[in-house]
Design a protein around this ligand. Structure first.
Ligand code: DX5
Ligand code: ZN
Length: 216
């Protein structure tokens, strides 16, 4: 068993982004996780396309974009223009999920659907076979450095069963409060991709934490 690791830029040092991106580039990280917020879907604002244009230029890892915004499909073109590998939209933010997923795939990106902690996995039953990825939130979205919600481990197990039962190829990604300890529980339950913000960027040796998470 091993995990893909997607360090979350939200916990990077914005006073010296170049240094943190150089660290990511030299590390074993698989993707770079990018949290876009609008202050409406979540009570916080992070960064938008003008900043991300430079991040995309400086980062040699595929971008894993997590949109915490209302009307996420308004961002299809800007996210595509960044050259993102994955576009994650929230289940709770998109009424026409099937159409949105098809449009993301037609744009050449992996289509990911994200569930808030209170949204049950079974809501994905009729769409999971069309997805490239499901992102389970293990904190309420909007902020880095929050405590891991332990019930997420059960959701990973349930989602793994749903994926197997439907013949879906979707990857299971988990975001929020992930460190080597909680990551081990998630990996044992069947996750594929771990997002980690504080656990990576606030560590003495971020590259070692990335490698430790990959080995779970
Ligand atoms: C939270 C974001 C996360 C966040 C994770 O809304 O979606 O990606 O950066 O940060 P940690 O790993 O510190 O919980
Ligand atoms: Zn995120």
């Amino acid at each position: 068993m091993s995990q893909l690791v997607s360090p979350s830029l939200l916990s990077a040092n914005f006073g010296n982004l170049k240094e943190d991106l150089d660290m990511i580039n030299a590390s074993a990280a698989d993707w770079l996780h990018i949290d876009i917020m609008d202050g409406v879907f979540v009570p916080n604002i992070s960064f938008g396309p003008p900043v991300l244009k430079y991040v995309a230029e400086l980062c040699n890892k595929p971008l894993d974009v997590h949109l915490m915004v209302v009307n996420p499909m308004n961002y299809l073109e800007p996210v595509k223009a960044l050259g993102a590998r994955v576009m994650n939209i929230h289940y709770e933010a998109e009424v026409h999920l099937h159409r949105a997923v098809m449009q993301i795939k037609e744009a050449g990106m992996m289509a990911g659907v994200t569930l808030n902690p209170s949204t049950p996995v079974c809501m994905l039953k009729d769409i999971v076979a069309d997805l490239d990825l499901v992102l389970l939130m293990s904190v309420n979205p909007g902020f880095g450095g929050q405590k891991f919600i332990a019930h997420t481990v059960n959701k990973v197990r349930e989602l793994r069963e749903l994926i197997t039962a439907t013949g879906s190829k979707a990857l299971i990604e988990v975001d929020g409060g992930v460190n080597v300890e909680t990551g081990r529980l998630l990996a044992e339950a069947g996750s594929d991709v771990l997002v980690a913000g504080n656990a990576v960027f606030k560590a003495d040796s971020p590259a070692d934490v990335i490698s430790a998470l990959r080995a779970l």
